[in-house]
Design a protein around this ligand. Structure first.
Ligand code: R5P
Length: 283
């Protein structure tokens, strides 16, 4: 097997190469002066099993993904596994209003063209898997985050909303500690309100788990409430750290520790999912 790394997943592809021992394919990716993407593979891939690792976020990575698949397919390869660490557009998984697309479906259908299998991580909604036109699986990043949380000895796990309930429960079971779920209401794309119920966090180390941090509105609100209630330390772990605009700086004003996995490369990508992806590839 050989690994082809997309420019949206360089670190994870490198880590995957380390844990599998598979070589990285020599390729070239650059931008034309007008911003369009140029891809060239500098090896003959005839007879090879290929693992292509590429995020489909932001949009520029989608174009790179599509044209790279074409570059790979000119060779008589044995198989092509597409690893999409962060599947963009997952949040538009239904028509919330008339006239809208089901973006997640469009993406799943197009990204599975000309590949044999898809491995992705923490989809916004697991139902999206059914829209891929080839066998597709979803790895859950919370197992690796739970392992990382152990070093901080948290007393309590918090789910900032209903969507992370199962995730928080899973992490709390691994750590053998209780969990609570907050009730979140979204005001707009950056602001939320939260109800915590009656909780006592005075002096405690509290770990919040979420699948995704985008603007940071969710995590900042939850962390601020926990600090106001006297939490000793607030630890935050997310699978996909998008940290749009100045989210990283803003979040760090309220939390003691912030970590994410390496599905989206950022300064907090300290938890690697390379082993989990390797295990799925080898199945
Ligand atoms: C919600 O469905 C997700 O689990 C995240 O809580 C949310 O997308 C985070 O977005 P933001 O960081 O902008 O609050």
């Amino acid at each position: 097997m050989k690994i082809l790394s997309g420019s949206g997943s360089l670190v994870l592809a490198q880590r995957l190469a380390q844990v599998t021992g598979f070589p990285i394919i020599h390729r070239e990716i650059k931008r034309f002066p007008d911003g369009e993407c140029y891809v060239r593979i500098h090896e003959n891939l005839d007879g090879e099993d290929i693992v292509y690792v590429q995020n489909t976020y932001p949009d520029t990575n989608i174009v790179e993904y599509l044209i790279t698949i074409d570059a790979i397919r000119q060779y008589k390869i044995k198989s092509l596994v597409s690893v999409i660490p962060y599947f963009g557009y997952g949040r538009q998984d239904k028509r919330f209003n008339d006239g809208e697309p089901i973006s997640a479906k469009v993406m799943a259908e197009h990204l599975s063209e000309n590949v044999d299998r898809v491995i992705t991580v923490n989809l916004h909604n697991s139902e999206i898997l059914k829209w891929f036109r080839v066998p597709a699986v979803e790895i859950k990043g919370e197992r690796a985050i739970a392992e990382y949380f152990k070093k901080f000895n948290p007393d309590l796990i918090v789910s900032p909303d209903k969507g992370s309930y199962e995730r928080a429960k899973f992490v709390s079971e691994i750590l053998g500690i209780p969990f609570v779920q907050f009730e979140k209401k979204r005001i707009d794309s950056e602001r939320v309100t939260m109800e915590t119920g009656d909780i006592d966090v005075k002096g405690k180390t509290v770990a919040i788990i979420d699948d995704l941090i985008s603007t940071g509105g969710t995590i900042i609100t939850a962390s601020r409430i926990l600090k106001d209630k006297g939490a000793g330390k607030v630890i935050v772990g997310c699978v996909h750290g998008l940290f749009v605009s100045n989210a990283l700086d803003r979040i760090q004003m309220y939390v003691d520790v912030l970590i994410s996995t390496d599905t989206v490369e950022n300064p907090k990508s300290v938890v690697s999912l390379a082993e989990d992806i390797k295990n799925e590839i080898m199945k």
